[in-house]
Design a protein around this ligand. Structure first.
Ligand code: KG4
Ligand code: ZN
Length: 343
């Protein structure tokens, strides 16, 4: 048995909940020793979205070799670790089973704790990693998660203490970008392509709705916007103008929702943004100006899906004396509010 406290030892993180296969090792202070991410988008692109079976198979093919690779590069074996953290939900069940099973097997073989991490919790805690920001945000802070699969505002009140303030009533914001991009003839995933197209357009040229703007709360809705984009395409507006107008509408809605979230959590110390859509400059600018709170945007590779954030959440939970049972079952649906608060 290793004499050092498990949280002072390195932690392995595994992410496989959607279409990123990722592994990372952090040392006991949270410094990144090695990391790898493989984005499967080329394998899903011709289907215009993530195909769960293809994703599960791709994780199965790559994950074990990737884990061995990051451990090798960190100069470690599983026995040197203080724990193994794997995303256990929410996400696509096939990928979750692949990642969680590998994590459990490694932990069991090495006789170390296993942590089944909630993917949303991992996004929520990333901003606290050492070295990312001059001062990591103090609790409570706001998280606005804007990705292809998730779109929500969360009050992060402490480790294991999260309150969802609002979520999307239909599409996630990244999904809305991808659908609008498809209508504009762009390849999947289309968010970044749409942003490039928008650079040559006039954001005021095409009148588009701003769903839920100035309504109370911070829920989101994007399906009406998508329909309006389809109509604008039909009317023959310039593609660049549609892209720019769409982006402006989304940015305005996100800013409005963030403003309400800040009012719902007046003690908030910061607004943290995460998810692939955080790459969008118009969205960032709108969020930065929406509230008096500092906007903290982790570097893009830590905003999108990655295993560094999973390892970090694992480390935080180990520090709090937590571990999970080997019997923990992956959960395709796992709202943040259903996390057991730490003892
Ligand atoms: O968090 P993420 O990497 O992974 C998943 O949710 O799976 O987010 C991917 C999403 C996609 O919908 C993609 O189109 C969108 O983020 N995205 C963007 C930009 N870059 C990626 N949306 C708008 N503007 C961008 N520059
Ligand atoms: Zn994610």
């Amino acid at each position: 048995m290793n004499e050092t406290r498990p949280d002072a030892l390195p932690v392995l993180g595994i992410e496989s909940s959607c279409d990123e296969t990722a592994a990372a090792v952090l040392d006991g202070t949270g410094q990144i020793l090695a990391e790898a991410v493989f984005t499967q988008s080329a394998e899903h692109a011709r289907f215009g979205g993530v195909v769960p079976e293809i994703a599960a198979r791709a994780h199965l093919q790559r994950l074990e070799g990737m884990v061995r690779g990051v451990l090798d590069r960190a100069g470690l074996t599983p026995r040197d670790l203080g724990g193994v953290a794997a995303t256990a939900g929410p996400g696509l069940i096939g990928g979750l089973i692949v990642g969680a099973s590998l994590g459990k097997g490694l932990a069991m073989g090495a006789g170390i704790p296993f942590l089944g991490v909630n993917h949303l919790e991992a996004h929520a805690l990333t901003a606290r990693m050492p070295g990312l920001f001059e001062t990591p945000p103090a609790y409570p802070y706001l998280l606005i998660l804007v990705s292809g699969g998730h779109c929500q505002c969360v009050a992060v009140e402490g480790l294991g203490r999260y309150r969802r303030l609002g979520t999307t009533l239909d599409d996630a914001v990244g999904e809305a970008f991808d659908k609008a991009a498809k209508l504009l003839g762009l390849p999947w995933p289309g968010g970044a392509h749409l942003e490039r197209l928008a650079a040559g357009g006039d954001a005021g040229a095409v009148p588009l709705p701003r769903p839920l703007l100035r309504r109370p709360g911070c829920d989101f809705s994007f399906s009406g916007l998508k329909t309006a984009v389809a109509q604008a395409v039909g009317k023959g507006h310039r593609r660049e103008d549609i892209a720019a107008s769409f982006q402006a509408a989304v940015a305005a809605v996100l800013a409005d929702r963030a403003r309400n979230a800040a009012a719902m959590l007046p003690e908030a110390t910061a607004l943290v943004v995460a998810g692939g859509v955080a790459a969008n400059q118009a969205v960032r600018a709108a969020l930065a100006g929406a509230t008096p709170l500092p906007l903290l945007a982790p570097p893009l590779r830590l905003c999108g899906d990655n295993a560094v954030m999973v390892a970090w959440a694992g480390l935080e939970r180990l520090r709090a004396g937590q571990r999970d049972a080997m019997a923990l079952a992956p959960r395709p649906r796992w709202p943040l509010g259903e996390l057991a608060p730490p003892a």
